[in-house]
Design a protein around this ligand. Structure first.
Ligand code: UDP
Length: 372
């Protein structure tokens, strides 16, 4: 059987690609090394609750094209992400907004908050933030940095805030209004029926071979005398792995999830996401999945998320976009550019701390180019 396109990985990037290619009449084959489709957005129903098996995913975007596209494959509920931060016996709203500031400093008005942040920024002497620590202090002051950022971030990334790039903290909004919405985007929600259903609908009747890595697939199916079996390969695995790590290993950050079903508890924490920001709590957050769907399900399922050192062979969740790794990635990128008829995409293929909507946008754009 001959296919036009081989897609390696059935996460969002691969699934969007498969969908667009098939729609354009191309013959597509997908492979995935896991025993299920969906990559890290994979969700599974347990006890009537959609459980996000690889960490919480909340869809949000301001990109009209992406929103329109993804709504072809699901309906979204009107969930708004408003995480809670726990620091010792203190509780704060996230992202950093007037609710956070008023609890922290016992104040009421934006002018008062602004004044305190300005004073703490001036005391720190930071004018041009060069790393995450300096960026955080200059955005929200030292008190918030110490209680809500430093411990969480150092657990999450396994290194000092002063050694991390500033852009990571800029993912979070800072607002002088009483608004606990974690995102600034105009569209947000959780897909009704779960994320896996989106991928299923995108893939349609595309054949998918599960439990098969690219390396094994090539070894088994593509003999040296048959190099043109596919016109195009879309590779969404780790870019350094594709090249056999020939320039060295890119670094990643991993996660370990501890899931627990509590049959006699209908409401464990009253919110989908509760962050534990102190350094002495080993996990960064607890997700209570039923709250993504406004309390549906019997009992409750919670997941504690433990950041973990990544070793080759572990699941890579986050690329480490520091200077050293970014440089190494650029060298792999040069190799990738020379690779005929192979497209690299997704969080691992592009080695980028992408959100879901950005992955879809990148895949749609690349498909436009391929199909032009
Ligand atoms: N962060 C923090 N305290 C929190 C939540 C987030 O300091 O309570 C910082 C931390 O450095 C984290 C970054 O903000 O890596 C981005 O957080 P986000 O929630 O966007 O991370 P993700 O959900 O992608 O893991």
């Amino acid at each position: 059987m001959r296919y036009d396109c081989l897609i390696v990985g059935t996460g969002l990037y691969g699934a969007v690609f498969a969908q667009r290619m098939r729609e354009a009449g191309r013959k597509v084959l997908c492979i995935d090394k896991r025993d299920h489709i969906g990559g890290n957005i994979y969700s599974k129903e347990e006890h009537g609750i959609q459980v996000h098996k690889y960490g919480a995913h909340i869809f949000h975007t301001s990109d009209e094209r992406v929103w329109e596209y993804v709504n072809r494959f699901t309906k979204f509920n009107n969930f708004v992400n408003s995480p809670i931060a726990v620091y010792g016996d203190e509780i704060y709203n996230l992202p950093f907004n007037m609710n956070t500031f008023s609890r922290m400093w016992n104040i009421k008005t934006p002018a008062e908050a602004e004044e305190i942040i300005k004073k703490q920024r001036e005391e720190s002497g930071i004018t041009e933030p060069k790393n995450l620590e300096e960026q955080a202090i200059s955005l929200v002051g030292r008190d918030i940095y110490k209680k809500l950022i430093e411990g969480y971030t150092e657990k999450q990334w396994g290194r000092k805030c002063s050694e991390l790039p500033a852009f990571i903290i800029k993912r979070l909004p800072v607002r002088l209004t009483y608004n606990n919405n974690y995102f600034n985007d105009i569209y947000q929600g959780i897909p009704i029926g779960g994320y896996t259903a989106i991928i299923e609908r995108m893939l349609g009747d595309t054949p998918v071979i599960l439990g098969t890595s690219y390396r094994d697939f090539i070894a088994e199916n593509m003999k040296k005398d048959d190099p043109d079996k596919f016109d195009l390969v879309v590779y969404t695995g780790m870019i350094d792995e594709y090249f056999g790590y020939e320039l060295g290993n890119l670094e990643y950050r991993s996660l370990r999830f501890e899931e627990e079903y509590l049959p006699d508890n209908e409401n464990f924490q009253g919110n989908a996401a509760v962050n534990y920001t102190a350094a002495d709590v080993p996990y960064t957050r607890i997700i209570e999945h039923k709250h993504f769907e406004f309390g549906k399900g019997e009992g409750t399922v919670i997941t504690r998320e433990y950041p973990a050192k990544w070793n080759p062979g572990d699941e890579p969740y986050y690329p480490i976009n520091d200077e050293k790794n970014s440089k190494l990635y650029e060298s792999y990128r040069e190799l990738a550019d020379k690779e005929q008829n192979v497209i690299f995409g997704g969080r691992l293929g592009a080695y980028k701390y992408y959100d879901m909507d950005k992955v879809i946008a990148a895949a749609l754009e690349m498909c436009d180019k391929v199909l032009a």
